[in-house]
Design a protein around this ligand. Structure first.
Ligand SMILES: Cc1ncc(COP(=O)(O)O)c(C=O)c1O
Length: 371
């Protein structure tokens, strides 16, 4: 099937680019001397995670139990659920053998221990550490971090499997040097805490760090065992604007159709709105007037810098044509490709992705949905 035959709006994944991004990150992990545990929340498709691991079912990070179940059913054996374990879901999580779980409180650890006792199972527990992002996690230098490690280690049904941090504040860092500094915060947080835990006589847990920007800019990750970038599989306009990738590496786009043409006000309307693109305003700290993603021709090869996607409502996208909408340019019914600012969120809007080789759809895949 050709791009011109698809119903729009629809999600496109360029397999050549995805494979190149995957190979690049495997190489980056080798250079950094760390294992790679991609975060598969970006696409939520086991077949694409296998591509990321060069055909193998290697370690993965998931963001939901639904992903964990689907990846386990596909044969992935080493899965880490990187969300603080929600109260009430302990037994469901323990039903997946050896699923890595995250806690950042004594309360959550106690609940998990009780559920493991009640079900006769063992839990692999990771402590979530805050390296400065301020979203979740314990202070790596605080008393709670050590108390939590001791409590998990002492529990007969809990195994202290690792320390995990995510430098999400790299996304608002002003330049690559500042992103590298966040990577160092990630490293220092987990390595420092692992040292303290070891000094307290507890076996040293594994250390896990990473986001796409920090992994791309880290000077080194000495002492770290694994990285968990996710977005790099697709990359996106945001990553290009902060220097994680070049625009030609972006593997995810949304195909849309021009449904409105208004030369009197130099605007076009496309059939891709917030429910096809998500509403991520882009790197506002770098560009005070970002739009909702660059627009390209149907083949995704030629950028139209004069088209600015400036407003999204549920199913409409409004484009301002800088310099004027002239003659018969961009006729009704013609097609464009949007590179959304945040590919993970935009991909999550779609029930299927069309996998492309060149301009041919060679397969469709259905990502995991729900929680
Ligand atoms: C805990 C955790 N690890 C890893 C990642 C992957 O980071 P990125 O999407 O920048 O690749 C995320 C993304 O949100 C995350 O929340």
């Amino acid at each position: 099937m050709l791009l011109s035959e698809l119903r729009t709006p629809c999600a496109l994944v360029d397999l050549e680019r995805l494979e190149a991004n995957a190979a690049m990150m495997r190489q980056r992990a080798l250079e950094l001397g760390v294992a790679l545990r991609p975060h598969v929340k970006t696409h939520k498709v086991p077949a694409l995670a296998r591509l990321q691991h060069g055909g193998l079912r290697g370690p993965v990070t998931v963001s939901t139990l639904a992903e964990a179940r689907a990846f386990a059913a596909d044969g992935f054996a080493d899965i880490l659920w990187a969300l603080p374990l929600p109260a009430g879901r302990e037994e469901e999580a323990l039903a997946l053998p050896r699923l890595g779980l995250l806690v950042d409180s004594l309360e959550a650890a106690a609940r998990l221990g009780a559920a493991a006792e009640a079900t006769g199972s063992r839990a692999r527990v990771h402590i979530k550490v805050d390296c400065g992002y301020g979203r979740s996690g314990v202070d790596p230098e605080g008393e709670l971090a050590l108390a939590l490690a001791e409590r998990i280690h002492a529990h007969p049904r809990l195994e202290l499997a690792g320390l995990l941090t995510h430098g999400g504040h790299a996304y608002s860092a002003p330049n690559p040097q500042a992103i590298a500094a966040v990577a160092e915060q990630e490293r220092a947080a987990v390595v420092g805490l692992a040292d303290r835990i070891e000094a307290a006589g507890i076996p040293r847990p594994r250390t896990s760090v990473g986001s796409t920007p920090t992994v791309m800019q880290a000077a080194h990750y000495r002492g770290v065992d694994e990285i968990r970038p996710g977005n790099y599989a697709f990359f996106d306009a945001f990553q290009a604007s902060i220097g994680s990738c070049r625009p030609e590496q972006v593997a995810f786009s949304v195909l849309c159709t021009i449904v409105g043409r208004y030369p009197e006000r130099d605007t076009l309307v496309i059939d891709a709105g917030a429910l096809a693109l998500s509403v991520d305003p882009g790197a506002r700290h770098l560009d005070p007037e970002p739009d909702y993603g660059p627009l390209h021709d149907i083949a995704g090869l030629v950028r139209h810098p004069e088209l600015r996607l400036q407003a999204l409502s549920q199913e409409h996208g409004k484009i301002r044509v800088v310099g004027g909408l002239r003659g018969d340019a961009f006729p009704l019914g013609s097609r464009l490709r949007v590179l959304p600012n945040h590919s993970c969120l935009a991909a999550a809007c779609h029930r299927r992705y069309h996998l492309l080789r060149g301009d041919r759809v060679i397969e469709r895949v259905e990502p995991v949905r729900g929680w």
